[in-house]
Design a binder for this molecule. Sequence first.
Ligand code: GTP
Ligand code: MG
Length: 418
Amino acid sequence: LPESRLYQSNDKSPLQIFVRAKKKINDIYGEIEEYVHETTTFINALHAEAEIVDKAERELFESYVHKVAGIREVLQRDHMKVAFFGRTSNGKSSVINAMLREKILPSGIGHTTNCFCQVEGSNGGEAYLMKEGSDEKLNVVNIKQLANALCQEKLCESSLVRIFWPRERCSLLRDDVVFVDSPGVDVSANLDDWIDNHCLNADVFVLVLNAESTMTRAEKQFFHTVSQKLSKPNIFILNNRWDASANEPECQESVKSQHTERCIDFLTKELKVSNEKEAAERVFFVSARETLQARIEEAKGNPPHMGAIAEGFQIRYFEFQDFERKFEECISQSAVKTKFQQHSSRGKSVSGDMKKMLDDIYERITIFRNLKQDQKNLLTERIQGTETQMMQVTREMKMKIHNMVEEVEEKVSKALNE
Ligand code: GTP
Ligand code: MG
């Protein structure tokens, strides 16, 4: 997409709720950090000058500096995370690619994705891979090379490969959405590990089903475990490959209502994660492959329907966009709540603790100042006393001298007279 169009669509995106909240909380923490630094300098000076604060208090204050810096670091890394699950070949990787508007993740028939793949935005236009437990950046020149690199990796299926893709290539990546692709839920016996390692901090889950068949036990079981470990996870259900229904128009509506009913029942009655109304807004009928093709055509400047696979493209394309809109609303609100609420309460407790400490110190300073004032007053009183005393003495001396002079004068004149 041309840059200008990306910015346009980006400004209206519900993801901006998260983006703006992140900026705001970052700014606030920036101010808190400045304040903590200033106060620490002040406190250290107090210690050096008058020993009003002791070593333990200074150390406690230093710990606030580290705490605030730690929170700022986490904040910088905070993002919105969406994880995709479903049976092999249902189109999980294709859905992510359609959302990214580019074929980034390998997709194909058979068992393609063999470990967890996380796609996130990178700065500076760089594309690279990072394997779990290593800081090494493996440069990716093009998508084909990326696909090869992923296929060649003999990685454990629950390990994670991070794919860094230039932010400016996709507005979702720029707005801090991180995508997690998984191997099919039917190929693993380690579903618990998957959940513990990759799902606990996900804001949204997308269950990608194959609209040509029905939800399997493995898929259901996986989400049962997720909803036991997380309270009310946000789950969207995509009935993918809906383009296939165009071949059988006579049963399209009945299949659709059957799938819809099953999906809604699963979310409401089985998992109990949402009510009927919410659940109805979480179930979609799409074609990921077609959407991706349409978007690739759009990027070339062609009309999107050039990517159509079957009759009814427009409806499926709108439905995909509708899914994206609802997904964006849901993920940004959920991420603001789960991520920033925690930071703001921690921030409140740090600033509350600091305020209490400063109040204590202020009280001590006031006592100290009063003490000094008292000492000063006492000294002044003494000086004043001495002054009066001296004046008294001087006055007395003067009188004495005066009297003496008078006496001498008197004596002298008396003597002269005699
Ligand atoms: P694994 O990684 O193996 O678990 O599969 P996956 O769920 O990631 O599926 P993938 O995206 O690799 O898609 C499997 C095959 O289905 C690919 O050949 C896709 O092109 C095709 N496919 C995906 N989505 C659709 C769709 O909506 N319609 C059609 N007709 N084909 C699709
Ligand atoms: Mg895949």
